[in-house]
Each structure stands twice: as structure tokens, then as C-alpha cells.
Design a protein around this ligand. Structure first.
Ligand SMILES: [Zn+2]
Length: 250
């Protein structure tokens, strides 16, 4: 996981301002009903499929998932992820669903990310643990700055690299936020570990190649190729770049 630099909000999102205002008014009119979860707001996720929003996120994230840094191939399925869950939230596993979710953040640019379906649907789901669950905001008039989320926001302000590091291919949380994010986003699920291990081994091999003595023009060319690959592997556009940074710094 690396820090995502988001561009300005796409103009498309402004079209949902009236819808959000309507949700807020409906909530004010019968707060208890929404707090019980008898009625939830329908956030029209299908609208996020619009190229104006989803592609902007994808470009900002170099076609990678905001959590696992897996690279999306062309047309691979991906979700627009709501950092703060829109329908309801859960402090943790086997914890009750808390209604309503962050319905007023359903179309908020700073709440949206490009995310693989495994991270989003199989792991993070509606989990949104807070350091103090009593501070959870359940109304659009609340102050979100009073919450201390345990899940790292891919756009900061905290740099995920200060909270999660890699021991070879294994993601390790170095703080409470890092531990919670690795856990709830499934950053050590087996297929992901296997994919990172394959990449890690490639980096190790290339590092040895890059350190060879150039005994001939052919060898020199191979060394240069390895060095070029390794230099690119740690950049934000590269898959699993956080792991690569730690692997190559070791
Ligand atoms: Zn992912």
C-alpha cells in the first residue's frame, strides 16, 4: 500500500449533490428509522462506473488496487471503493452492524478509491474500525475529524509506508493502523502472498545480476537491463512497489 495522490474531483460528482442533500433531509426527517437500519440509502454505485470517475481514480492509482497494489490488467473487474462504508459499518468481526453508514460520503471524492474486488468484497467489506468506537459519526452534521480510523486512508494524511512494511513478501503492520489494515484488507491472503513472492524472487535475481562485473559488452547490457528494471520497480507505477522498496533497501 502506498500513498495515493488524487487529482481534483471530477465534475461528474457534482451531479450527485442534490441526491446527497435529499438523503440528508430524509435522515433528518426520521433519524430513528435510519439509525435502526430499517431503511438505508441507496447509493447508486452504478454511477461510479462512469468513465469520468472510475478512470480518473484508476489513472491516479497507476491501474493498481489502493490497498494491495495488485496491477489491473485491461478490463479486469474493479470496484470503486468507499473508504468510509456507505450503508453500515462494523467495528470488527462478530461486531454488530452500525446504522446508518456514512451515507453523506457516498459521492464524496475523498472517500472514493479504485480497488480490486477481492480487497473490497472479500476482506474490507463494511469494516471500519475506530480507535474509539464511541466517536463514530452517524449523522451528516457530525465531525469526522473526531474519529481516529484504524484503517489507513490510501490518500493520507498518514503515509501507509510509515505503518506497513514488508518482511520479504509478507506485509507487517508496524502500528495499530498498520496491523488493522493488513488484517481487514487481507493483505496477507495466500494468493496475494504467492504473487508477491514470485515478484520478490524476480527482484532478488535481478539484484544479483545488477551487481555482476561487466566482463563483456553482452554482460554489461544485461546488467544495465536489470538495473533499469529495479529502478522502475520501486516507483509508484510499479506493482507491489512498497514491497519492492523494502526488498531492495535490505
Ligand atoms: Zn486489492
Amino acid at each position: 500500500m502506498i500513498l495515493v495522490a488524487k487529482p481534483n474531483a471530477p465534475a461528474k460528482l457534482a451531479e450527485f449533490a442534490d441526491l446527497t442533500a435529499g438523503h440528508c433531509a430524509a435522515h433528518d426527517a426520521d433519524r430513528a428509522r435510519y439509525d435502526r437500519g430499517d431503511t438505508t440509502f441507496e447509493i447508486l454505485s452504478a454511477n461510479y462506473g462512469h468513465a469520468d470517475v472510475k478512470d480518473v481514480l484508476r489513472n491516479a492509482q497507476h491501474s493498481k488496487c489502493c490497498f494491495c497494489e495488485g496491477m489491473f490488467e485491461a478490463n479486469a473487474a474493479a470496484d470503486v471503493e468507499h473508504y468510509r462504508p456507505k450503508k453500515y459499518s462494523q467495528q470488527g468481526r462478530r461486531q454488530p452492524k452500525v446504522y446508518p453508514g456514512y451515507y453523506w460520503r457516498g459521492y464524496a471524492w475523498d472517500n472514493l478509491f479504485y480497488c480490486c474486488q477481492v480487497c473490497n468484497r472479500s476482506h474490507k467489506k463494511n469494516f471500519f474500525p475506530l480507535r474509539d468506537p464511541t466517536t463514530r459519526v452517524r449523522h451528516h452534521g457530525g465531525d469526522l475529524t473526531g474519529e481516529a480510523p484504524l484503517l489507513l486512508n490510501p490518500a493520507g494524511p498518514a503515509d501507509p509506508r510509515d505503518h506497513i512494511f514488508f518482511n520479504n513478501e509478507i506485509a507487517v503492520g508496524g502500528t495499530d493502523e498498520g496491523v488493522a489494515t493488513v488484517d481487514y484488507c487481507g493483505l496477507n491472503r495466500l494468493p496475494l502472498i504467492e504473487a508477491r513472492l514470485e515478484h520478490f524472487k524476480r527482484l532478488e535475481t535481478l539484484r544479483h545480476v545488477a551487481a555482476l562485473q561487466a566482463t563483456s559488452p553482452d554482460v554489461e547490457a544485461v546488467i544495465l537491463e536489470a538495473q533499469t528494471y529495479l529502478a522502475a520497480a520501486v516507483l509508484p507505477a510499479a506493482k507491489f512497489s512498497a514491497m519492492a522498496q523494502d526488498a531492495l533497501a535490505a
